[in-house]
Structure formats: structure tokens, C-alpha cells
Design a protein around this ligand. Structure first.
Ligand code: 0X9
Ligand code: ZN
Length: 414
């Protein structure tokens, strides 16, 4: 979704009014109850101006979509015309965004160092990685692995137990492929925090394995959601046609551009002009290829919807090793369920969510040869992408329980 209205000046009555970010935007839940209604919803989900937080999936499962004030009449008329049931779950998104931004600024100013009581800015995240490298030089290395389109330094942190053994197996974790999914970098940061600063409790996870974490894959998009447009999803490189940004999770070079990926640069699921057109996806590709043979578990954190997804996302067929993938994902889901009661749906991306080719998970599995590849969609907060600051800690610590269980399973198998 292009930013149409961000702090736009509305000339009115001889003076200028500032229109707040996403003022008057509404969020709808729409639930198809028969295949005809499902087809209508599928059709609507292709409109570039309709921002689907949760794309159509199955009968009787609701989709969530944000609609601008200008488009609301048309949208509601269409739903009414075809008798699609809907509920407005947020009457004016700007209010929630405003509250979130002011809470974040306040809580950030109150804390020093890394915090899980507010969403951290990209510079704070990078500063925390560097601080850990300085404080724990025997166990931590930070690498500058590439630059984003706008020139931000993308870093990985490699966490070991300090035994200096070369070529150990690796667990890779990334977050922030999608800009607006703020809980994902927070969860990746918590993984880092636990493995490094709570080492004694977690050292078993580092005996046979090193961990490599890239907490923010798409820093330009992430910063853009902090400063300009809260619901931005894509990267920030302008395309040669009309619009800015590529869906980094449609840009990986495996069955690139096939199902569920748009060729239109204005779409939120734009696949990019070619596979790996984005510097950010190139960085992930190059790091994973360097770890080829060593990396046994690729975990990419997204939000939202409580899913543990494994390949394939480009076809409904299942990989021949599906039982291994399923076993690891179920270990995560079960651990979370017994700890907090939160339920996760486990399955292949295409079968339990929707088909979408060009995802990092499929590429990691199909090309980089990583035997366990999982996309973890964390729970929704607020209307989806906006957990309140007080929800960050419970969400990321629950997530860590699931990640630990999956890692233990991988470590015991490979
Ligand atoms: O659509 C996506 O990229 C992911 N969902 S999200 O709501 N975070 O955007 C799911 C990706 C699942 N994996 C593949 N389709 N390969
Ligand atoms: Zn995502």
C-alpha cells in the first residue's frame, strides 16, 4: 500500500489541516461462508489499495483488511451486494497508531540499554549487538554482512559457547523480513538476549551448535514504519515502474514469481523485478550459502496468526522429509501450548495458510539445503501488527519456549 495520506496537508477553507497517519482508515474482519463468497474475497484481495493483514485462507476463516476512507463505501457495498458477513474491528486506525507511538517513545526514554518494554529502533538493536560483542568477546561475534538499499548496516550476531570449535552446526534465526511485524525483531532480540546474557541456563543449546541471528533483515522498511507509515510491509527500493518496495518474502530465487506473488510494483506482495533484486534478500542468501552444510535449522520470525509453517509455500505437495519438519514444528507448538496455553497451527505453508512462492523458508530448504526450515508467525497484538508495549515481554518469552523446544529437537536429530 502506497502512503497516500501520511501527514498530508489538506488544503481546506484557506488554511492547512494536518491529517494524521491512517486517519479514518478502518479494519474489517470478513468471513466467507461458502465458496462463492470465498471467490469474491479472493478477488478483493488482489486490489492493491486494500491492505490485507490476513489474506483469505479457507471457508469460515476470517480475513482482516485495512481500507482507506476513500475506498470504504465501495468496499462495504461490494460486501453487502454479495452478502459477505463482516465486522469493523477498528473504526479509526490513527488512534491506535498514535497511542502506540507515544507509549513507545515514553517507554524507550525510560529505559537504558536493551528493553522488552518498548519496540526498539534499528540503531538501538545494532548498538545492543555491538555491546554484547564487546562484553562477551569469547562467546559473541558481530559481523557487518551487508547494507540495505538506503545504506543501513545489516548485522548478524554469531553466538557460541566460547569453545572455539570451527564448523559446528548452526541454527539460523532471522526477523523483520516484513517491516510492520514489529514483534519479530523483538523476538529475535530476545533469542540473542537469552543465549548470551542467560548463558548458564541455555548453554546446552550451544554445546553442539552455534547460533547466527539476523534480527532485522529489512531495516529500511522497519525504520519507515517507525517514522512514516506504520503498516508498511515491503523493502524501500523504488521499482523502475511506479511504486516503491518489494515483498522480501516473495523475492527469493526458488520458484520465484509463481503463485501468490504479484508482478505489480504497487502491490504489497510485489515479487520484485527479478529474484534477489533486493540487497536485503541478497544478504540473507549469501550468509546462508556460506553456512551451507553447517546450517541445520532455518527459522524466520513473522507475525501474525500463530502458525508454525514449513515447506512448501509454492505448491500444495509436501516434501519427502515432511515428517522431520512436522516433528520439529510440533515440538515447538506443544511446548508453547503446555507453557501458556497459546495454540499454534502446524503444517505446510500452502496447506494451512496460502500458497505464496519466493519465500525465504522455501529457498533455505530447497536451495541452501537446510533440512529444517520453519516460518513462525507469532500471535496478533492489537489489531494484528501492533501489540502494546506490555505485550512484548509475554510474547517474546513464550516464543522463546517454542524456539528452544524446536532447537532441542533439531540438535538431538542432526
Ligand atoms: O505471506 C507471507 O510472506 C508470510 N505471512 S505474513 O503474514 N507474515 O506475511 C507467510 C510465508 C509462508 N511461507 C511461504 N509462503 N513460503
Ligand atoms: Zn511476515
Amino acid at each position: 500500500m502506497e502512503v497516500k495520506i501520511l501527514l498530508g496537508l489538506l488544503a481546506c477553507c484557506g488554511f492547512a489541516l494536518v491529517r494524521a497517519e491512517l486517519e479514518g482508515y478502518k479494519i474489517y474482519d470478513v468471513t466467507p461462508t461458502n465458496t462463492f463468497e470465498q471467490q469474491i474475497l479472493e478477488h478483493l484481495s488482489k486490489f492493491e489499495d486494500y491492505d490485507f493483514f490476513h489474506r483469505p485462507r479457507a471457508l469460515n476463516v476470517s480475513s482482516r483488511v485495512m481500507i482507506s476512507p476513500e475506498d470504504q463505501d465501495d468496499f462495504e457495498n461490494t460486501l453487502n451486494k454479495f452478502s459477505l458477513g463482516f465486522e469493523v474491528i477498528n473504526e479509526d486506525v490513527s488512534k491506535a497508531i498514535h497511542l502506540e507511538r507515544s507509549q513507545n517513545t515514553l517507554f524507550r526514554s525510560m529505559s537504558r540499554g536493551v528493553s522488552f518494554s518498548s519496540f526498539q529502533r534499528f540503531n538501538q538493536i545494532n548498538a545492543y549487538l555491538d555491546e554484547l560483542a564487546a562484553k562477551y568477546p569469547n562467546r559473541v561475534t558481530v559481523n557487518n554482512v551487508g547494507k540495505s538499499y538506503e545504506g543501513r548496516q545489516i548485522k548478524t550476531i554469531t553466538i557460541t559457547n566460547g569453545d572455539k570449535k570451527a564448523n559446528k552446526n548452526v541454527i539460523w534465526v532471522d526477523g523483520g523480513i516484513h517491516a510492520r511485524e514489529w514483534i519479530a525483531p523483538a523476538a529475535a532480540l530476545y533469542v540473542i538476549n537469552q543465549l548470551v546474557e542467560n548463558f548458564s541456563a541455555n548453554k546446552d543449546l550451544l554445546t553442539k551448535y552455534d547460533w547466527v541471528v539476523m534480527p532485522v533483515v529489512n531495516p529500511d522498511g522497519y525504520e519507515y514504519t517507525h517514522t512514516k507509515s506504520r503498516m508498511w510491509r515491503k523493502t524501500r527500493k523504488p521499482s523502475s515502474s511506479s511504486c516503491t518496495g518489494t515483498d522480501a518474502n516473495r523475492n527469493f530465487g526458488f520458484h520465484w514469481g509463481e503463485v501468490g506473488a504479484s508482478s505489480s510494483s504497487c502491490s504489497d506482495t510485489f515479487r520484485g523485478e527479478k529474484a534477489f533484486s533486493e540487497p536485503e534478500t541478497q544478504v540473507v542468501r549469501d550468509q546462508l550459502l556460506k553456512l551451507k552444510g553447517r546450517a541445520k535449522f532455518y527459522l524466520t520470525i513473522h507475525s501474525y496468526g500463530n502458525y508454525l509453517l514449513y515447506p512448501w509455500g509454492w505448491t500444495s505437495q509436501l516434501p519427502s522429509t515432511v515428517s522431520n519438519l512436522d516433528e520439529v514444528a510440533k515440538a515447538g507448538a506443544n511446548a508453547i501450548r503446555s507453557a501458556t496455553g497459546t495454540k499454534y497451527t502446524v503444517g505446510s505453508s500452502t496447506n494451512v495458510l496460502y500458497a505464496a512462492a519466493g519465500g525465504s523458508d522455501d529457498w533455505a530448504f530447497g536451495v541452501a539445503g537446510i533440512p529444517i526450515s520453519i516460518t513462525m508467525e507469532l500471535p496478533a497484538g492489537g489489531s494484528g501488527f501492533d501489540p502494546s508495549p506490555s505485550q512484548i515481554k509475554p510474547f517474546v518469552s513464550e516464543t522463546w519456549i517454542g524456539i528452544k523446544a524446536m532447537a532441542q529437537k533439531v540438535i538431538s536429530k542432526y
